[in-house]
Design a protein around this ligand. Structure first.
Ligand code: BG6
Length: 505
């Protein structure tokens, strides 16, 4: 159960609040994880009183509560919510907010522990925290806690991330800052730690002696929807790689920590990010790929517009909607094992997976048979993070019959077959962890900066060398040909997603 506190959400009229935060609070109520003394104060520019705000949320959030929501938990959620009309750029607003919170905790009898959630555009983050700091709302001297959750994107390059870290540190301690990466809230991502470190058979073969290479794919079938303005500034690289893909990579590649303490785990994750070989400018040309989708076709023949035709995207945009790269990690465990990362919009399916491809068996036994070593596929372990959550191991078996023929078969674990889990947004764990002061699944300043350090040279080269071949893949296909060549040059191929249907929507 979380301790009593007030959660203050900046940007309460935004998409994140209605899709993720309020539904996550509902799930926490449903699961009995919120205390009686829990209140949400939603802040935005809209002139609404508490009742009107609740009515709006009631309409806006229902579709995100799953089928057959628990009516009691939903009523508790709505009744816990209050509204305040604010302009975050107005310095006079912060004393008013302090007053409102003082009323709630004084006459209102609530406990003055505060969780501030910054769900606004990133350009307001520094101003908001400075404002909170000025009026003493981040001061923990009285014995009550004050925490701030900062949404992504955390900066747009190394320098801006450093600046933001410095600005936040001016008004609060690192232990008060919770930089969120919703991938770390996914059960299947957390399960990588359990899979690796709670099974004695896995970890001994999780290294360069046995593993040929690792692939991490985050494929999305959606386009940029209503987010054209943001996305056209950001692109696939910034939007996904320094945060989500590197979060997954750091869990796959980290050394075991000696405890489950937040800093012990995050030390190991940062160490592995720091051990990634930095790209020289020349290596950016050979080890990274960018793409942009043009018009394409859905499986049923429906036309899908190209990226440049999306709303609020420049008609000659050079922004990438696909990014892939090959990384090498300079550690004893991973020396010589490439990690291939790729992500893109408007690919043929939505799935996130990690593929651990093992080395070829020597196959000495089969040398007199017609089988050639290269025809006996190596074992692959596929961690399916979403949506078909599970783990599959592909291995070779003898096909029944007189001749010695081998075929690849699969051992398959599906979460749904073993565990029941109620619908969740992925934010429940993260919110609850912050409420209880557990920062393990949040990013530390050094971890964020290590991610940007890696992608900064890529962004420099990409912006210095404008592309001439965009769009270079059709919506509904697997990205540009160069994405395939990145692996083909090393004699490898991307693992084909078994569950993917050609259902670009
Ligand atoms: C967000 C990106 O952080 O993650 C989006 O800004 C992307 O562009 C999304 O679509 C993917 O998240 P998920 O949980 O759907 O894989």
């Amino acid at each position: 159960m979380a301790p009593p506190h007030i959660m203050v959400i900046f940007g309460a009229s935004g998409d994140l609040n209605r899709r993720k935060l309020i539904p996550a609070i509902y799930s926490l109520y449903r699961d009995g994880l919120l205390p009686e003394q829990f209140t949400v104060l939603g802040l935005d520019r809209q002139e609404l009183d508490d009742e009107a705000f609740r009515e709006r949320l009631d309409g806006d959030c229902r579709e995100f509560l799953g089928t057959d929501p628990d009516a009691v938990a939903w009523q508790s959620t709505l009744q816990s919510v209050y509204h305040m009309t604010v302009d975050v750029t107005d310095p006079d607003m912060y004393p008013r907010l302090a007053e409102r919170l003082a009323e709630m905790t004084g006459a209102g009898g609530l406990v003055p522990n505060f969780l501030f959630y910054l769900a606004t555009l990133p350009r307001f983050f520094a101003g908001i925290t400075a404002g909170l700091g000025r009026v003493g709302l981040l001061d923990e001297a009285g014995g009550n806690w004050r925490r701030v959750i900062v949404e992504k994107p955390f900066g747009h390059d190394l320098q801006s991330a450093r600046d933001m870290n410095r600005q936040l540190h001016e008004v609060m301690g690192e232990h008060q800052i919770y930089r969120i990466d919703h991938y770390l809230g996914k059960e299947t991502v957390q399960n990588i730690l359990a899979f690796r470190f709670a099974n004695s058979t896995i970890e001994p073969i999780w290294n360069r002696q046995y593993i040929d290479h690792v692939q991490i794919t985050v494929a999305e079938s959606i386009g940029v929807g209503g987010r054209g303005r943001y996305y056209d500034q950001s692109g696939a690289l910034r939007d996904m790689i320094p945060n989500h893909l590197l979060a997954v990579l750091s869990i796959v590649a980290m050394e075991p920590s000696n405890s489950f303490n937040a800093d012990a785990i995050r030390d190991e994750q940062t160490k592995v990010l720091r051990a990634i070989q930095p790209f020289s400018h020349d290596e950016v040309l050979t080890s990274t790929v960018r793409g942009q989708y043009g018009p394409g076709m859905q499986a049923d023949g429906t036309h899908i517009p190209g990226y440049r035709e999306e709303a609020e995207v420049a008609p000659d945009s050079k922004t990438e909607t696909y990014a892939a790269m090959k990384l090498m990690i300079d550690t004893w465990r991973w020396a010589g094992v490439p990690f291939y990362l790729r992500t893109g919009k408007r690919l043929p399916g939505r799935y996130t997976e990690v593929v651990i491809q093992y080395k070829h068996a020597p196959n000495i036994m089969f040398r007199d048979s017609l089988l050639k070593r290269e025809n006996v596929p190596p074992n692959t372990l596929v961690l399916r993070l979403q949506p078909d959550e599970g783990i599959g191991m592909n291995f070779n078996a003898k096909i029944p019959g007189h001749a010695l023929n081998l075929g690849t078969v699969q051992m398959n674990f599906r979460y749904d077959d073993y565990f029941e889990h109620a619908p969740a947004t992925g934010y429940e764990t993260l919110l609850h962890d912050c409420m209880t002061g557990d920062a393990t699944l949040f990013k530390r300043a050094d971890n964020i900066e290590a991610g940007w350090e890696l992608v900064d040279p890529v962004m420099e080269v990409w912006s210095a060398l404008p592309v001439h071949d965009f769009p270079n893949y059709a919506a509904g296909t697997w990205g540009p040909a160069a994405g395939e060549q990145l692996l083909a040059r090393d004699g490898r191929v991307w693992h084909a997603c078994e569950a993917c249907r050609a259902d670009v929507t």
